[in-house]
Design a protein around this ligand. Structure first.
Ligand SMILES: Cc1cc2nc3c(=O)[nH]c(=O)nc-3n(C[C@H](O)[C@H](O)[C@H](O)COP(=O)(O)O)c2cc1C
Length: 257
């Protein structure tokens, strides 16, 4: 079984591809149960985007709560999607899973188009770059699938410079200071309700305008999918292009980088 979280579709596409090629099921973490019965040799997979050099909170919450019946050191792996660097996600996942009695046997990363807009000078990628990133991810995913099929014990992440500090200090600071309070809505909002529908954690209600509750993962689905670009965050999102994964990005052809 493959447990996944995704805000703007990159990781959802990865989870769906893995499920199709490994003949497995996908389960969306916000809708997951607390108990699963494993069959013999069943693999446990986690797919999620990197958030501030670590994983989204709901991934940790899920690992903390879930119980796997019949667990006998089943092959357990993660695949994370990121834009540039993963931080020490390999150590973080190993440690977190270990704390709840699970071994982590493998971990992989895929570079995908950026969906993060909440910082100055940070933009979505050009269409050309999106195409080349997704094409390369398609190619690399085939290798990852082979590794998983063969129960390979391998970790391949892109920690990046200063990764230990960024994961250990940057991530908690991000969680503390980047909160749901930064969101606001402009007059362009026509109450279409798309933000409410795409919010993966059911955190938005649209009455006369969207209202955010406190379960926000900061996945930026609301901001990126709003067709009016009426959702903004702080000072940094105005006039920036938005991004969400689309199957039109899939070419099946590796880019010539
Ligand atoms: C809150 C947040 C934090 C992010 N932090 C990082 C990061 O530390 N490193 C990175 O390379 N990409 C980062 N990104 C980019 C995403 O990991 C990347 O675009 C991912 O593929 C999005 O996946 P999704 O479409 O499944 O939501 C961040 C995105 C968000 C929304």
């Amino acid at each position: 079984m493959i447990f996944y979280f995704s805000g703007t579709g990159n990781s959802k596409w990865v989870a769906e591809e893995l499920a199709a090629k490994l003949n497995d099921n996908i389960i969306f973490i916000p809708k997951a149960k607390k108990e699963y019965k494993l069959s013999e040799n069943e693999k446990i997979g986690f797919v999620f985007p990197i958030y501030a050099w670590s994983a989204p909170k709901c991934v940790f919450d899920f690992i903390q709560q879930v119980h796997f019946e019949n667990y006998k050191n089943n092959y357990t792996y993660f695949v994370c999607t990121c834009h540039t660097q993963t931080g020490k996600i390999d150590s973080i996942m190993k440690k977190t899973l270990k704390a709840y009695g699970l071994d982590c046997h493998a971990g992989f990363f895929l570079k995908m188009p950026n969906n993060y807009l909440l910082a100055p000078f940070v933009h979505t990628d050009s269409e050309e770059k999106q195409l080349s990133l997704v094409a390369r991810a398609e190619m690399e995913l085939k290798t990852i699938i082979n590794f998983i099929n063969n129960n390979e014990r391998i970790f391949n992440v892109k920690a990046g410079i200063g990764s230990a500090l960024l994961s250990m200090i940057g991530h908690p600071l991000f969680e503390k200071f980047m909160t749901v309070k930064g969101f606001y809505v402009t007059e362009a909002c026509n109450q279409c309700g798309i933000c409410e529908k795409v919010c993966p954690v059911n955190n938005i209600r649209v009455t006369t305008k969207p209202i955010w509750a406190n379960r926000c993962e900061l996945c930026q689905a609301c901001l990126n999918y709003c067709p009016q670009q009426a959702i903004q965050y702080g000072h940094y999102t105005k006039n920036k292009k938005r991004y969400a994964f689309s199957k039109t990005l899939l070419t099946g052809n590796p880019p010539s980088l």
